[in-house]
Design a protein around this ligand. Structure first.
Ligand code: ZN
Length: 143
């Protein structure tokens, strides 16, 4: 009898706090179910909510990425003035990452980094902004 009872798992009832050795899913003391199943469902629910939020965020990112990454309108590019800093440039194009960038040899030892943005309303054209010493030195629409 004693050996049989020690083989049973010890469960603490979350409702009445009575610890019982039992195989049952309900507390022999108060008759309420042990919360294990409920807790498990709760965690699943949290996991689903977290996953849904993650997916929503990731999905939006994905849509933005495939839709307009590195694309700005002609007017947006036209508004960029030379002499502004690279971070001002990035602000001005709405935080958009360039389609690509290239480092070009500049005059003398200077190097220019040119940022290229596809022009959303002019197919096949790009805005080319070349940055030297942290400042935009040229802003041109190129093919
Ligand atoms: Zn109980």
């Amino acid at each position: 009898m004693e050996s049989e009872s020690t083989q049973l798992p010890l469960k603490v009832c979350p409702h009445c706090s009575v610890a019982s050795r039992t195989d049952e899913d309900t507390c022999p003391s108060c008759g309420k179910p042990y919360a294990r199943t409920r807790n498990w469902r709760w965690w699943i629910a949290i996991a689903i909510i977290v996953a849904a939020f993650g997916l929503g965020y990731g999905g939006r990112k994905l849509i933005q990425g495939s839709d307009e990454s590195g694309e700005i309108s002609f007017a947006q590019g036209k508004a960029v003035k030379t002499g502004i800093s690279e971070s001002e440039l990035r602000d001005q194009v709405g935080g958009e990452d360039p389609s690509y960038e290239k480092t070009l040899p500049g005059p003398g030892d200077a190097k220019r980094t040119c940022l290229y943005y596809a022009i959303s309303d002019r197919e096949g054209s790009l805005w080319q902004f070349c940055v030297a010493d942290g400042k935009v030195v040229t802003a041109d629409a190129v093919k």
